[in-house]
Design a binder for this molecule. Structure first.
Ligand SMILES: Cc1cc2nc3c(=O)[nH]c(=O)nc-3n(C[C@H](O)[C@H](O)[C@H](O)COP(=O)(O)O)c2cc1C
Length: 337
C-alpha cells in the first residue's frame, strides 16, 4: 500500500474515541505494515498513571484500522506488543493479502465516521436484547466479557461508586488541572474535549441515574436522581440506558489492547444499528473504586470499561470532537529500492 492509502486508513484509525480525546497514538507505515505506538507526550499522569485507559484507546485505533483495511479490500493480521523490549510499541498490523469486503465490513467501516460519544439523555426506547447479545459475542472474540448492569442492587452499587469516584476527582486539584488542560473552547481544536460536547453543570435537568463525568468541575450540584429502588417501575421520564460493563481476565497491556479492540467492535456495531453510547469510566479511574466495583459485582476478572447505551435524542448533536491531522501522527517509511 502506498502513502496515500495508509493516510486514509490512519484517518479512520484516528476517529477512534480516546480518553479526554488525548489521541495518545503514533503510527508508522511501510508497504505492508502499520505500527502503532503509545505517545507518552500525551499521557494523563494523574487520571491514568498506568496508561490503562490510553492503551485501551490505542486498542480502539488498531481495530478501526483493521476494519478500514477490510472495507478497502485488505486482510490484516494483528500482532499485539510485537517487541518485548519496547512496551510502547503496541501493535503491528500486517497486510496478509486481498480480501473481498463483506456487507458487515462495509457497515462497520461506514459507522466509523458516524460514531460520536453522545452524553445527552437517551430516548426511553430500550436497546434490543438481540443487539446486546451480538455485542457480547463480538467482544468475546477479543477475550473480553460484557455484562449488562440490570439487577437493581448492581445498579445501585455501580451508580454509588461512580458518584464516589466523581467526589474523589472533584476534590483533587491535580485531577481538575489535568482535565482542564484537555478541555477546549475553540471549535476548531484538533484534540481535547469541546466544552459544548459535555453536559452543563445542571444535573437537575438530567433525568438519569447515571452520572456523566463532570468535565466542568465545580458547577454541579450533588447528584439529583437517587438510584431507583424498584428497577421495574422507573418514573416515566427517567432515562433507562443499557449499561454494559466490559472486562478481561488479565489486567496488563495485552488485556487493555484486547478490551480496546472489543470496544471498537461494540461501538461500531451499535452505531450501525442506530444506538449511541457514552463511557462512564469514573469508577474505574481509581484503584479503590475499581476494586470495590469488582467486589460488589462479584466479577471474575478485571473491569475495563463501563458504557451507557441507548437511542440518541432527536435534538441536534452536540459539538463534534476534533482530530489531529494525519500528517501529525503518521510517518511513512518507503520500501528501499
Ligand atoms: C478509555 C476511555 C475512557 C473514556 N471515559 C469517558 C468518561 O468517563 N466520560 C465521558 O463522558 N467520556 C469518556 N470517554 C469518551 C471521550 O471523551 C471521547 O471519546 C473523546 O472526547 C472523543 O470524542 P468522540 O468519542 O465523540 O469522538 C472515554 C473514552 C475512552 C476511549
Amino acid at each position: 500500500m502506498d502513502e496515500q492509502h495508509w493516510g486514509q486508513v490512519v484517518a479512520a484509525a484516528t476517529r477512534a474515541p480516546s480518553i479526554h480525546n488525548t489521541q495518545p497514538w503514533r503510527f508508522t507505515a511501510s508497504a505492508e505494515r502499520l505500527d502503532v505506538h503509545f505517545d507518552r507526550e500525551r499521557a494523563l499522569p494523574v487520571l491514568d498513571p498506568s496508561g490503562r485507559q490510553q492503551v485501551i484507546s490505542c486498542g480502539l485505533a488498531v481495530e478501526f484500522a483493521v476494519l478500514a483495511l477490510a472495507a478497502r479490500g485488505s486482510a490484516a493480521e494483528v500482532h499485539l506488543l510485537p517487541d518485548a523490549g519496547e512496551p510502547d510499541h503496541l501493535a503491528a498490523v500486517r497486510i496478509t493479502g486481498a480480501h473481498d469486503p463483506t456487507e458487515e465490513d462495509r457497515e462497520l467501516a461506514e459507522a466509523i465516521d458516524r460514531r460520536h460519544t453522545v452524553r445527552a439523555p437517551f430516548q426511553p426506547r430500550a436497546v434490543p436484547g438481540d443487539l446486546v447479545d451480538r455485542l457480547q459475542v463480538d467482544a468475546r472474540a477479543f477475550g473480553t466479557w460484557c455484562k449488562t448492569i440490570t439487577r437493581s442492587e448492581e445498579e445501585i452499587a455501580t451508580v454509588f461508586l461512580i458518584s464516589r469516584a466523581e467526589e474523589i476527582e472533584q476534590g483533587d486539584p491535580a485531577y481538575v488541572a489535568e482535565l482542564q488542560r484537555w478541555m477546549r473552547t475553540d471549535p476548531s481544536a484538533v484534540d481535547g474535549v469541546p466544552v459544548d460536547a459535555v453536559p452543563s453543570g445542571d444535573t437537575h435537568a438530567r433525568p438519569s441515574n447515571w452520572l456523566i463525568r463532570d468535565f466542568v468541575v465545580g458547577q454541579r450540584e450533588p447528584h439529583a436522581f437517587l438510584p431507583a429502588g424498584d428497577a421495574d417501575a422507573p418514573p416515566p421520564d427517567v432515562e433507562r440506558p443499557t449499561v454494559l460493563l466490559m472486562g478481561t481476565d488479565g489486567d496488563d497491556r495485552y488485556a487493555w489492547l484486547q478490551a480496546g479492540r472489543a470496544l471498537a467492535r461494540v461501538l461500531l456495531r451499535a452505531t450501525a444499528a442506530g444506538v449511541a453510547a457514552s463511557p462512564l469510566t469514573q469508577a474505574l479511574d481509581w484503584p479503590a473504586t475499581r476494586a470495590r466495583l469488582q467486589a460488589r459485582l462479584s466479577l471474575v476478572g478485571h473491569p475495563q470499561f463501563l458504557l451507557r447505551m441507548g437511542y440518541p435524542p432527536d435534538a441536534p448533536a452536540a459539538a463534534v470532537s476534533g482530530r489531529r491531522p494525519v500528517e501529525e501522527v503518521l510517518s511513512f517509511v518507503p520500501a528501499a529500492d
